[in-house]
Each structure stands twice: as structure tokens, then as C-alpha cells.
Design a protein around this ligand. Structure first.
Ligand SMILES: NC(=O)c1ccc[n+]([C@@H]2O[C@H](COP(=O)([O-])OP(=O)(O)OC[C@H]3O[C@@H](n4cnc5c(N)ncnc54)[C@H](O)[C@@H]3O)[C@@H](O)[C@H]2O)c1
Length: 404
């Protein structure tokens, strides 16, 4: 029997919904608990349990991440009207990711998983490009007006001291549109700090792109706050060999398309939304994209970037075989375990996490894939594993490595 590797500090585990919940349990049983002596602080974020606890369980899970430092999360349903009926819920509970993100004041980083037989659509991308998306404000927390006829739109700020600043936006001669948006120094600073933490932890260069030549106050504020935070960490960044570059966003986009990768691209909220989807499809598949939430004070939550893969779950419920890609979920576990090991200073735990990732990559590179990857790998294949079959193949490689 394999001797289990001891993990010093508990890891926070958040269970989830539908097909990813099925995958999650398989990974936990076949890959994690078989090999690690680990205490998991378990929170069931399945939509029914969130409903039963009036979503208190999500807040408890976030508090546990604050306490223990590292968590791993399965994908969860963000309920809409259809889901309220389907799961007989009391109400449309907010997105657990949104709740955890705001409690940890965190930034989300998305990273593609690369193998040598899945070629990115962009030839020059040889290493991952990670997107750090500022997940607060701008167009996502804006107010809009549909202007129906002539009139003046103004921007007005009234200070608590009664002082008012007023600027004319536009004097309309006919119909049009107006939008007012905002951000806060605190949130921008947290974003910059989280990007610096991530760049330091991954030893990656950091780029930030905005349009301060046009937006001399709004975008320039982002640039300035980033610059201030970088200055505070100058020595640490230099020691880790991490370079920081501020670029105009159009320049950043042009350079990204010719870059070899291996960098963190910090994006404003809207840019991050758009460019993370561009990168996901450019690198291959949603099933191969990991996501980590990093707080400014260095707490980490790892998950797959995709959702609960609802369609496969309905097939699973009918008793049909499925072929769902578990790679991003396995990498979420591996990411959390590796970070736990690094924080605890336990090299064997870090090595296990690296070996787990390598076992997954080895499978794909030897043509063992789930259905979503059959046309992406070179050479393309018609043969694919079931959901469980793929995890079993990974488990075989892990077992072999553990016994070496
Ligand atoms: N991080 C999260 O927890 C998260 C993120 C997104 C969506 N969701 C939730 O997931 C549920 C389903 O949403 P959706 O269908 O829009 O998104 P989804 O990511 O589950 O699926 C989108 C598409 O990609 C495919 N896909 C995604 N992951 C795959 C995988 N691992 N293997 C094979 N194919 C895969 C699906 O079959 C589907 O065609 C929704 O209730 C939503 O609220 C959760």
C-alpha cells in the first residue's frame, strides 16, 4: 500500500453542483484522499444546501479561506428563474463566486493548461498567458440613460462637505445615450496588490494595459495606483526577476498576439471579460482553463474556469455514459495542494501536486482524452475516454509515481 503524504494545515474544500460535483468526488476519492493524509474543511456549496442555509454556507466557506489561507472550489450553479423552479429554491441566491470574491476582496486569474499536442490558435503562444481581471466596477456597476430628445447631460459630484463638481458631458440635439460609471481607489489598489502577489508567486512578468492617453483621469488613476504599488514592491519584484510594464491597451493587444506567453496580463474589468474568452478559445478549450482568486493579503481559492456542465449531468442522470473533461478540476485541486505545501514549507506536498499535474498532461500527450479534445489534439482522434475512465488513467499514473 502507498504511504500517504502528510499535509500540515487543513485545506478548505467547497463542493458544488451537477456534473462537476460528480467529477469532484471522483477526483477527491481516486486522486487526493488515496495519496494524501489531509484534513479537509468541507463546505457544501451545492445549490440545495445554499438554499437550506439561506446562503450562510457560502459566507462560512469564505471565512474559512480567510482563516486557513487556501481553498479549492467545485463549480456551482448561479440560480436564475429556471433553476429556482428546477431545484425548488426560496430565491435566486447570488453567485457564490461573487460572494466569496467580495468577502476576500480578491482578483481572479485565469490560466490555460497547455500540452504539446494541443496547439494554440496563435502560433507564437508557447507558454500560458494569464489574465488578471479586475472584477469590480466600470461598466458592470454603471448607470445608463436613453436620451430621447434634445437636452444636456451633466456629470455631477456632490461631496459630503456640500461642494459640487459639475461637468457637461454632451449637449444633445437629438436622441442618444449616456453612461455613468465609477471605480474606487481601494478596489483598484487591491487589484494591483493581488496582481503583484500573483506575479511574485508565479515568477511571471506583469503587464497592465489601459488608455490613459484618452481617459486622463479615469484610466490614468488605474495607471498611477498600479505604479504606486509597484514602487512599494520594487525590491521584491527585482529579486524575483519580475518585470512590470505599463502599456496602452491597444499596444498590449498587438504585442500579446506576437508574444511567446509566460506573463500575467492585468486587465480592467471589461477588457478582462473579453480577453479571457479570447484566450480560452485561442488556447483550446474551456475544459482546460484554471482559475484562482487571490486576495491582497495572500489568500488563495482555486477552481476550474468552466461551469457545472449541465448538459452532461442530464445525460448522467439518465444513466448514459459521459465524457466530461476533468482537467481543470484536477488542476484546481493540484493548485490548492501545491500552494498549501508551499505555505507550509512541505516539499513532498508540492512535489505531489506537480506530479498530479504531470500525470494529467502525460495522459493527454499520449492521446488519452475526453470527447471535447478529440479534434483539438494532433493527430485528431476518434477514440475518447469516459469521465471516470480518464480519471482512472490519471490515477494509474499517480499510483505508479507514488510507488517509485
Ligand atoms: N465558476 C463557476 O462556478 C461557474 C462558472 C460558469 C458557469 N457556472 C454555472 O454553470 C451552470 C452551467 O452553465 P453553462 O452551461 O453556461 O457553462 P459550462 O461552462 O458548464 O458549459 C459551457 C459549454 O462548455 C462545455 N463545457 C464546459 N466545461 C466542460 C468540460 N469540463 N468538459 C466538457 N465540456 C465542457 C459545455 O458542455 C457547454 O457546451 C450554470 O448554472 C452557471 O451558473 C458556474
Amino acid at each position: 500500500m502507498t504511504k500517504k503524504i502528510k499535509v500540515k494545515t487543513p485545506l478548505v474544500e467547497m463542493d458544488g453542483d451537477e456534473m462537476t460535483r460528480i467529477i469532484w468526488k471522483m477526483i477527491k476519492d481516486k486522486l487526493i484522499l488515496k495519496n494524501l493524509d489531509i484534513e479537509l474543511k468541507y463546505f457544501d456549496l451545492g445549490v440545495k444546501h445554499r438554499d437550506d442555509t439561506d446562503d450562510k454556507v457560502t459566507v462560512d466557506a469564505a471565512e474559512a479561506i480567510k482563516k486557513y489561507g487556501v481553498g479549492v472550489k467545485c463549480a456551482t450553479i448561479t440560480p436564475d428563474a429556471d433553476r429556482i423552479t428546477e431545484y425548488k429554491l426560496k430565491k435566486a441566491w447570488p453567485s457564490p463566486n461573487g460572494t466569496i470574491r467580495s468577502l476576500l476582496d480578491g482578483t481572479v486569474f485565469r490560466k490555460p493548461i497547455m500540452t504539446n499536442n494541443i496547439l494554440p490558435a496563435v502560433r507564437s503562444w508557447r507558454k500560458p498567458i494569464v489574465i488578471g481581471r479586475h472584477a469590480y466596477g466600470d461598466v458592470y456597476k454603471s448607470q445608463e440613460i436613453l436620451v430621447e430628445g434634445p437636452g444636456k447631460a451633466e456629470l455631477v459630484f456632490t461631496g459630503e462637505n456640500g461642494k459640487t463638481i459639475r461637468k457637461e458631458i454632451h449637449n444633445f440635439k437629438g436622441g442618444g445615450i449616456v453612461m455613468g460609471m465609477h471605480n474606487t481607489d481601494k478596489s483598484i489598489r487591491s487589484f494591483a496588490q493581488a496582481c503583484i502577489n500573483y506575479a511574485l508567486s508565479e515568477k511571471m512578468d506583469l503587464w497592465f494595459g489601459a488608455k490613459d492617453t484618452i481617459s486622463k483621469i479615469y484610466h490614468a488613476r488605474f495607471k498611477d495606483i498600479f505604479g504606486e504599488e509597484i514602487a512599494k514592491h520594487k525590491d521584491e519584484l527585482a529579486k524575483a526577476g519580475v518585470n512590470y510594464r505599463y502599456l496602452l491597451i491597444d499596444d498590449a493587444v498587438a504585442q500579446i498576439m506576437k508574444h511567446e506567453g509566460g506573463l500575467l496580463w492585468a486587465c480592467k474589468n471589461y477588457d478582462g471579460d473579453v480577453f479571457s474568452d479570447m484566450l480560452a478559445s485561442g488556447y483550446g478549450s474551456l475544459g482546460m482553463m484554471t482559475s484562482v482568486l487571490v486576495s491582497p493579503d495572500g489568500k488563495f481559492e482555486y477552481e476550474a474556469a468552466h461551469g457545472t456542465v449541465r448538459r452532461h449531468y442530464y445525460e448522467h442522470l439518465k444513466g448514459n455514459a459521459t465524457s466530461t473533461n476533468s482537467v481543470a478540476s484536477i488542476f484546481a485541486w493540484a493548485g490548492g495542494i501545491k500552494k498549501r505545501g508551499a505555505l507550509d514549507g512541505t516539499q513532498a506536498v508540492v512535489d505531489f501536486a506537480n506530479m498530479l499535474k504531470k500525470s494529467v498532461i502525460d495522459c493527454i500527450e499520449s492521446g488519452i482524452v475526453t470527447k471535447d479534445l478529440t479534434n483539438l489534439v494532433t493527430p485528431a482522434t476518434k477514440k475518447y475516454e469516459t469521465t471516470e475512465g480518464f480519471i482512472d488513467q490519471v490515477a494509474l499514473r499517480v499510483e505508479k509515481a507514488m510507488n517509485m
